[in-house]
Design a protein around this ligand. Structure first.
Ligand SMILES: Cc1cc2nc3c(=O)[nH]c(=O)nc-3n(C[C@H](O)[C@H](O)[C@H](O)COP(=O)(O)OP(=O)(O)OC[C@H]3O[C@@H](n4cnc5c(N)ncnc54)[C@H](O)[C@@H]3O)c2cc1C
Length: 496
């Protein structure tokens, strides 16, 4: 039998071997990028802003998985004068190291996206470099924190310049440009950009969904006992206690599981439905035909596809359910939603049409609302944005209010103006969950990221070129690269 120090030594050796393997992979990936001539030379013409300083070609708001992949695609296509800012500290972008509480990703371990097609930048390459091929073969799914470490490694290896700790507080289309207010460690700053990409995440086109209850009109009255699954929750405080969870989605189960593992003796989940959703319809969409073709469908078909997918709802991953099921203190009450929450200093009372239940705390696993109007940085233009409800008519919008609130985007994810609104908002490109009704899940879930980032980069390349067609024409006229100079057939300019 191996001693404790023997096990430790083995772990240290494995860690050192993993670090050496990852170093070698980093070199290989950089060689691959160099072979692909990455990053491409900048070709976008410089423009001065109203403040006399060069205008950014693109400002990317959010440096999570999607924002960094967008940056990668822009650098690949020679759009180099960009900034990618994220209000979170490095590693705190998005859910992975913060409010996500699942043990593994839902996606299969082979899923690609942040690599943009470079084999040495895939999750598989990253994992095998550290743990070997057999270990990847044996791996069930990517661990949540492994996925975060992998994303950060891609960012470092590629050299995607994410600035952390910088929040975008306001965005305003002005003339043909966009003015953005930034707040970071150096204080407040105003920057001008030709294009803005809103890669601001799952909540970036809305906010956590928080139902209002008669006794709890706002959470200030919750005595610190009612949480949304996205909150920073200290689960250790639930040891030996009881927790009520509303909802039956992935986050609801992962919060329930985390509470049980922290020692909660009773976790009761409440669902409005008579059973858990059984089929993940959105999983079906992850094939090239849908990912690339969906946006070309007419409004009626796009509306039909996604209102159906949303209405069917997504079952929780079976791993998350098993995680809860193995605890005797876990129960689910179907067909029973909450009509009120009464909170006091000693606990919460959950009121349902079927009775009253007492717990130490409650967690709302109620997901996110999509509503651009709620985002403060969008305040200056939110009333100008064309939404799906403007396209489908009031009856359909009333039947499916959430899909109706999604922005109706152009082919490059750009916002479109409603009625006589200023056209300048088309310089703002949504690249978050808000794209889904118009393009499918191309800026959120992993399988859609590469087609999404490619589509976005192509749209920005086209727009930045077309807007400068005249100056590019002038550049063509003065282009004088004399290729035949070394040969006997060269003719000097004055002799042509
Ligand atoms: C719990 C959970 C589990 C998931 N698991 C999976 C999975 O297994 N497979 C899958 O395919 N998908 C999964 N998803 C969906 C999706 O992959 C993730 O939501 C992913 O994080 C999306 O990446 P993102 O960059 O769009 O958003 P995020 O990762 O949320 O990044 C957005 C970033 O924008 C920043 N930001 C927002 N507003 C501003 C601002 N005004 N100024 C500056 N910065 C700003 C935020 O700080 C954040 O870091 C999961 C989502 C959640 C919530």
């Amino acid at each position: 039998m191996m001693s404790g120090s023997g096990v430790q030594m083995d772990q240290d050796v494995a860690k050192a071997a993993g670090a050496i393997g990852l170093d070698a992979l980093t070199r290989e990936a950089r060689r691959d990028l160099a072979r692909l001539n990455f990053p491409a030379a900048n070709w976008v013409l410089p423009v001065d802003g109203p403040d006399g300083r060069p205008v950014l070609d693109v400002l990317v708001v959010g440096g999570g998985m999607v924002g960094q992949t967008a940056g990668f695609a822009l650098m690949r296509d020679g759009i180099r004068h960009i900034r990618i800012v994220d209000r979170a500290p490095r590693g705190g972008e998005g859910p992975w190291g913060t409010y996500a509480r699942m043990l593994t990703l839902r996606s299969p371990k082979h899923v690609n996206g942040p690599d943009l097609g470079v084999a040495s930048l895939t999750f598989r390459a990253w994992y095998e470099a550290q743990h070997g091929e057999a270990a990847f073969e044996a791996l069930h799914k990517a661990g949540r924190l492994d996925w975060l470490a992998y994303l950060l490694w891609v960012r470092e290896t590629v050299g995607i310049p994410v600035e952390n700790g910088v929040a975008v507080t306001a965005i305003e289309p002005v003339g043909g440009l966009v003015r953005a207010s930034l707040a970071g460690p150096a204080g407040a700053e105003t920057v001008w950009a030709r294009k803005v990409v809103m890669a601001s995440g799952r909540d970036g086109s809305g906010a956590p969904r928080l139902p209002a209850y008669p006794s709890l009109p706002d959470r200030a009255l919750a005595h610190g006992r009612v949480f949304h699954s996205m909150d920073d929750i200290d689960f250790q405080r639930f040891a030996g206690g009881s927790v009520a969870v509303l909802g039956g989605g992935a986050s609801a189960f992962d919060n329930a599981g985390t509470a049980l593992e922290a020692g909660a003796t009773k976790v009761m989940m409440f669902l409005r439905r008579p059973m858990l959703p059984q089929i993940n319809k959105s999983k079906w969409t992850g094939f090239p035909g849908f990912l690339n073709g969906f946006t070309a469908l007419d409004d009626e078909l796009r509306w039909r596809f996604y209102t159906y997918i949303f209405a069917e709802q997504v079952p929780p991953p079976y791993e998350s359910v098993l995680r809860c099921e193995q605890h005797a203190g876990f129960t689910i009450r179907f067909d029973e939603t909450w009509t009120d929450i009464e909170a006091d200093t000693a606990g919460v009372t959950i009121v349902t049409p079927k009775g009253r239940h007492r717990f130490d705390a409650a967690i709302l696993g109620t997901g996110f609302d999509v509503d651009l109007l709620q985002r403060p940085e969008c305040a200056s233009f939110r009333d100008d944005v064309l939404l799906w409800r403007d396209r489908v008519g009031t009856a359909k919008a009333a039947a499916d209010p959430e899909p109706a609130r999604f922005p109706y985007l152009g082919p490059g994810f750009e916002l479109l103006p409603r009625d006589a609104a200023p056209a300048g908002i088309a310089h703002i490109h949504m690249f978050n969950w808000g794209v889904t009704m118009s393009h499918g899940a191309l800026a959120g879930d992993v399988p859609g990221i590469a087609p999404g980032a490619n589509r976005l980069a192509q749209a920005l390349v086209r727009a930045l070129f077309v807007e400068d067609a005249e100056p590019h024409w002038q550049r063509l006229l003065v282009h004088d690269d004399e290729e035949l100079k070394p040969t006997g057939y060269f003719v000097a300019p004055e002799d042509r």
